[in-house]
Every structure is written in structure tokens, then in C-alpha cells.
Design a protein around this ligand. Structure first.
Ligand code: ADP
Length: 448
């Protein structure tokens, strides 16, 4: 096992990794920017190292400083957390080149899946069902127009390096193709420095369902069921549940088996998530995230598996501690992302939390770095807490969520807690009958 782990991240995910390390008896070093010097993970870590000023480019994304921090503190492994450098193949390579273990997949897999054109090719070879589209990158508008005849409209022009929903444009008909093609390319160039695009059929009312997979160095690959993440605003997830209310037992086990088989065939290592769109009973692979997901706790709740512990064990060369047969799904779990954002305008609301009170009780988990007096810095993502509830079935989980949301207090900062309370009253949430269009097209429009 590792002697000491450097946690190259901040916020609730740094704390999540720290807790797993402490439970396993592994000493930790938490890095931080000057803005996070007082943060909970820094206070709880065995050691901490300041790696730069507030701007993430100079601190959490500063590879030389991170490597130096690991070297001076005698770490032998680096956990990248979620976001920042977690899906940066160069970082993984540099970590390895310095004789440290990167707690994550091999750099080749990060690279392969980071390029969406390459990811689709890999996925097709591994037997995953794809959204019909161009066979690879599309270089010219002429080529796009020819391919579009087969794909059909509406279609999406998507950036190969895309992320966070950027570099993605819908062409409703042939007349819109030129505009969508050029604006997707220029947006991709500006955001990712790469204007490579490809085409995909636009599904008009899908659900976003993703499968958690995990694999060790010995060719064992297991799926841990799916998560339903269709409640999205601007392609950002707000509310996730496991299992998906849309799937039958048979569909669940089929897509899980397909994902686990593909994971094994790729020779993948560690935890990963295969994201699918699901419409009219069919699954379409869209991408694979080669890291832990923000919403991993709902999978932990229904499977009893500690994903971060497994990640660390696998990276240290140990075998998976379970097989597919050992995985049993128990009850229903829901996660609400609580952001320091105005619940109606979504404008970030950094500032001092004067009073904080967490929800509690049976089946309630809160992953957060909040405490009374904490100053939410303006420099980073606005996620300040994850509220996870677990119940014996979906109705029980929803009832516990209502209690937990009512107990949760973050004063005087406006947060998305209020939005989640309103969401819970929506018939579509109560029945589980929603798609990725629902929040923006039905809920926000009718709710005001
Ligand atoms: P990103 O990496 O930018 O998040 P994804 O490919 O994961 O991009 O897609 C993000 C979201 O965009 C999906 O969750 C879904 O809401 C929507 N989307 C992506 N591809 C399609 C498609 N072919 N048809 C309809 N919606 C899509």
C-alpha cells in the first residue's frame, strides 16, 4: 500500500479522498491555493502545502508545483480528485515519470476518451451502441452536408475536445448546417484550442443514464449499476438518482454487462463512467469519463462499495475486492447538488457562511467543506455541498430528501437548496418521468 498520498484537488472531493485515506490508515498531503488556506481538507490533512495564488491556472492546475509538493513531502501516489487535472493525460504521464503512482487509469485511456472522435471509435470496437453519426472527424462543410443526408435532421455538430456542453450546436435542417458547423468549430477553437468536430443524430427527448464501471490490473471488470442524471441545466447535472426510474431489471443488467465487457476489452484500470443517452428503449453511448464522478455517492449508497477506497487499492496493485455476483442493489439513492448560486438566476453567490446546519438522520449523507464562518471563495466551481439520501425504495428516498432539505441551513448565502425544494414538488420528480429536456423546457417555464 502507499506510504503517503498527495490529494491534488480542493473542496468536497479533497475531503472525500482524505476520509478514504484516513480510514485506510494512509497519511495525506493536501495542496491548496492561498484562497483555500483555511479550508476543511487543509485543516484535517496530516500535512498541507500551498501551491499558489487563487487562480486555478497558477495553483490547482500548476503541474510543476504539484509535483514539487509531492516530492518535498515524500508522497508515493497522487489522487487527482474530480475536475482540474483528473482527466489530463499529460499530468498522469508526468506523475508516472516522477516515479509516483497516478490513482486513476493509464494515460492512454485518458487520452483516448478525452478525444470524443477517438472515444467513439474505441467504444464501437468495444461493442458499445453509438448514436448514429459520422464515422470520424468531419473536416469540411461539403463533407458534413453529404454525411448529413444519411444521418438525418435534426443533427448535432459536436467538438471532438468538447466538455461541459460547449462546442455543441444543433442543426434543425439542411439550411442550418452551415451556421451550426462554423459556430461549433469556432466555439471549440476558442474553448479547447481544437476545432475538430463530428456529427451525431440529435435525439429529441432522451434520458441521460450512465453506468459506473471498475476494473483492476488482473482483467477483472465489474459494473455497479446505473445513475439517472437527466435533471440538467445547461448540460450540468443538478439532481441524480440510482437506480434509474426508467429501466427494467433486464435493461439494467444488459447495459451493465455491455459496459463491463467493454471495460475489460479496453484493458481499462480503475473507476470510470460510461455515459449513454436512452430513448425509446435504446441506449446510445456518448462518452466515457475516466475518473470519479461528482455523483458517485449514490452508487456507493445502493451498492455499499467505497469507490475511492477501491480506486486506491486498485492503483496500488491489489485485486478488486468483489466480483459481479457480489454486487447487489439495495434501495434507492438521490443526490442534490447544492451550489452557492441564486436559485432563480444561477448567478454565483460567494461570501461568508454565518450559520451552517447540516441535515442528518438515518440514510442521510452530506459531503461538504462548509462550516459556520467559512468564506466561499469566488474563484472556483460553485458546488458547496452534496446531499445524498438513501431509502428502501424511491418513495422512501424522496420522503427522506424532503426532510433533509428542510433541515439544511446555509445562511445568509442564497443557494440552490430552494430550487431543490421546489423540484421535489414537481409531478415529474415524484413519478420519475422526466428527460434531459424536462427541467429547462417544462419546469422552469411553468414554475414561474
Ligand atoms: P460534454 O462532454 O460537453 O458534457 P456530452 O457528449 O456528454 O458532452 O453531452 C452533454 C449533454 O448534451 C448530454 O448529457 C445531453 O444532454 C446532450 N447531448 C449530447 N449528445 C446528444 C445527442 N446526440 N442528442 C441529444 N442530446 C445530446
Amino acid at each position: 500500500m502507499f506510504k503517503k498520498i498527495l490529494i491534488a484537488n480542493r473542496g468536497d472531493v479533497a475531503l472525500r479522498v482524505l476520509r478514504a485515506c484516513k480510514e485506510m490508515g494512509i497519511p495525506t498531503v493536501v495542496v491548496h491555493s492561498t484562497a483555500d488556506a483555511e479550508s476543511m481538507p487543509v485543516r484535517l490533512a496530516d500535512e498541507s502545502v500551498c501551491i499558489g495564488p487563487p487562480a486555478a491556472t497558477n495553483s490547482y492546475l500548476n503541474i510543476p508545483n504539484l509535483i514539487s509538493a509531492a516530492a518535498v513531502t515524500g508522497c508515493d501516489a497522487v489522487h487527482p480528485g474530480v475536475g482540474f487535472l483528473a482527466e489530463n493525460a499529460d499530468f498522469a504521464k508526468i506523475v508516472k515519470a516522477h516515479g509516483l503512482t497516478f490513482i486513476g487509469p493509464e494515460p492512454e485511456h485518458i487520452q483516448q476518451m478525452g478525444d470524443k472522435v477517438q472515444a467513439k471509435i474505441t467504444a464501437a470496437v468495444a461493442g458499445l451502441p453509438l448514436v448514429p453519426g459520422s464515422p470520424g472527424a468531419v473536416a469540411t462543410l461539403d463533407e458534413a452536408a453529404k454525411l448529413a443526408k444519411d444521418i438525418g435532421f435534426p443533427l448535432l455538430v459536436k467538438a471532438a475536445s468538447g466538455g461541459g456542453g460547449r462546442g455543441m450546436k444543433v442543426a434543425a435542417s439542411a439550411d442550418d448546417l452551415a451556421e451550426a458547423f462554423s459556430s461549433a468549430r469556432s466555439e471549440a477553437k476558442a474553448a479547447f484550442g481544437d476545432d475538430t468536430v463530428y456529427l451525431e443524430r440529435y435525439l429529441d427527448n432522451p434520458r441521460h443514464i450512465e453506468v459506473q464501471v471498475i476494473a483492476d490490473k488482473y482483467g477483472n471488470a465489474v459494473h455497479l449499476g446505473e445513475r439517472e442524471c437527466s435533471v440538467q441545466r445547461r448540460h450540468q447535472k443538478l439532481f441524480e438518482e440510482a437506480p434509474s426510474p426508467a429501466l427494467s431489471e433486464e435493461e439494467r443488467s444488459n447495459i451493465g454487462d455491455i459496459a463491463a465487457k467493454a471495460t475489460k476489452q479496453m484493458g481499462y484500470l480503475g473507476v470510470g463512467t460510461m455515459e449513454f443517452l436512452y430513448q425509446d428503449g435504446a441506449f446510445f453511448f456518448i462518452e466515457m469519463n475516466t475518473r470519479l464522478q461528482v455523483e458517485h455517492p449514490i452508487t456507493e449508497a445502493i451498492t455499499g462499495v467505497d469507490l475511492v477506497r477501491e480506486q486506491i487499492r486498485i492503483a496500488s496493485g491489489k485485486k478488486l475486492s468483489f466480483t459481479q455476483k457480489d454486487i447487489k442493489f439495495n434501495g434507492h439513492a438521490i443526490e442534490c447538488r447544492i451550489n452557492a448560486e441564486h436559485p432563480e438566476t444561477f448567478v454565483p453567490t460567494p461570501g461568508t457562511v454565518e450559520f451552517y446546519h447540516a441535515a442528518g438522520g438515518s440514510g442521510v449523507r452530506v459531503d461538504t467543506i462548509l462550516y459556520s464562518g467559512y468564506k466561499i471563495p469566488p474563484y472556483y466551481d460553485s458546488l458547496i455541498a452534496k446531499l445524498i439520501v438513501h431509502g428502501r425504495d424511491r418513495d422512501h428516498a424522496l420522503a427522506r430528501l424532503r426532510l433533509a432539505l428542510d433541515e439544511f441551513v446555509v445562511e445568509p448565502i442564497p443557494t440552490t437548496l430552494e430550487l431543490h425544494k421546489r423540484l421535489l414538488d414537481a409531478p415529474a420528480i415524484q413519478t420519475g418521468d422526466y428527460s434531459i429536456k424536462w427541467l429547462e423546457q417544462s419546469f422552469f417555464d411553468t414554475d414561474k
